[in-house]
Every structure is written in C-alpha cells, then in structure tokens.
Design a protein around this ligand. Structure first.
Ligand SMILES: CC(C)(COP(=O)(O)OP(=O)(O)OC[C@H]1O[C@@H](n2cnc3c(N)ncnc32)[C@H](O)[C@@H]1OP(=O)(O)O)[C@@H](O)C(=O)NCCC(=O)NCCS
Length: 170
C-alpha cells in the first residue's frame, strides 16, 4: 500500500455556535464540540483509509478556552500516524475573532479510529509519511499515546508498553 501524507486527510469543518448548543454560561456545550471533532476526525480517517472507520478511543481532549455563543468555530483534523488498522487523528479547534478575522486556538483533541470491513473486522490502512516539523513531532509521539490508550483500556500490559517505560526511565 502506498504511503499517504497528512494533507491527504486534512478535513476542515467551520460552523457557528447556536443557542441550542450552549451551556448555562452561554458557551459551547462540551458534548457538542466532541461531536464536531468526532465528525471531522471520522472524515479524515476515511480519507486516509478509504474504508469504513469507527471511533476506537478518545485519547486526549483539552477544553482550554470557552467558546461563546455566536462564535465561528473551525475544527481541523488530520491523520497524525497510521498503524496497522488504527489511525491517530489530531484535531485542532480554532475560533475566529469577529472584527479582525484572526483565528486563535481554542482546544485540541486526539482520537483513534480503526478501519473495518463490512463485518466490523479491522483491515490494514496505508502508512503515513509526515512532512512538516509539526507533523513529524505528532507522528513521533503517537506510538506512546497508542500504548497509553491500550494500557488504560486494559488491552496492553504496562510491562509491554515500551514507549511508556522509556519515558519514565529517561
Ligand atoms: C475499535 C474496534 C474495531 C477494535 O476491535 P478489536 O477487536 O479491539 O481489534 P484489535 O484488537 O485487532 O484492534 C484493532 C486496532 O485497534 C487498536 N485499538 C483498539 N482499542 C484501542 C484503544 N482503546 N486505543 C487505541 N487503539 C486501540 C488496536 O491497537 C489495533 O491497532 P493496530 O491494528 O493499528 O495495531 C472494536 O472495539 C469496535 O468495533 N469498537 C466499537 C467502535 C464504535 O462503535 N465506535 C463508536 C462508538 S459510539
């Protein structure tokens, strides 16, 4: 299978924050943002694999900045590393200033998707080749995050998590 680049899967979703999507402080409801990120990540995973994809785990979400009612929110997702059947998707969330049009980073998240066949069985995906420095950094750290996610899910023994052990013995 030929390698693909992060730009091949890059997916951008831009939408407003409407009143029905806010919490009592009139900021975007966290669950609504999770759904938008899941949607963008799912499209990115599908673009990389060209297969049916399912969310396997949400590895990391940081709600660093509240997003007020009426904001224009852009969710950008791209595959940051491909393994055998699983793909790590890095998601950046941006908010656009109404007057200047400048974008500032509001949140980020990391999801894992798995490509499956029609019976739900995992299938191989193309390798990913990072190009930019940021893509290379995210690629390099992805194996550690995969092992952490598998350990937390009880699917890997901590002793087998080589990348995590290396982190704590540095
Ligand atoms: C995701 C799913 C296909 C994995 O199936 P499985 O039987 O665990 O299959 P495997 O053990 O072969 O794992 C498949 C891949 O997923 C990865 N994986 C599984 N669970 C994971 C987790 N919690 N975190 C990170 N990666 C995970 C495995 O490491 C493996 O990756 P690799 O092939 O790239 O090495 C299966 O659990 C599933 O269908 N879950 C439901 C998905 C779903 O419905 N999502 C929407 C939720 S509403």
């Amino acid at each position: 299978m030929n390698s693909k680049y992060p730009k091949d899967s890059r997916t951008t979703l831009t939408d407003l924050v409407l009143p029905s999507e806010t919490n009592p402080l009139n900021n975007l409801f966290g669950g609504e943002l999770l759904a938008r990120m899941d949607r963008a990540a799912s499209i990115a995973a599908r673009r990389h694999s060209r297969r049916i994809v399912v969310t396997a785990s949400v590895n990391h979400v940081a709600f660093n900045k509240a997003i007020p009612l009426g904001s224009v929110v852009t969710v950008e997702a791209a595959v940051s590393r491909a393994f055998k059947s699983s793909m790590e998707i890095f998601i950046d969330v941006w908010v656009e200033d109404r007057e200047s049009g400048l974008r500032s980073k509001a949140n980020e998240a990391i999801y894992t998707f798995v490509a499956v066949d029609e019976t739900g069985a995992p299938v191989p995906v193309p390798p990913l080749e990072p190009e930019t420095d940021l893509e290379k950094d995210r690629f390099a750290a992805a194996l550690r995050r995969k092992q952490l996610s598998l350990v937390l899910a009880g699917k890997m023994q901590p002793d087998d998590a080589t990348e995590l052990k290396a982190l704590f013995t540095k």
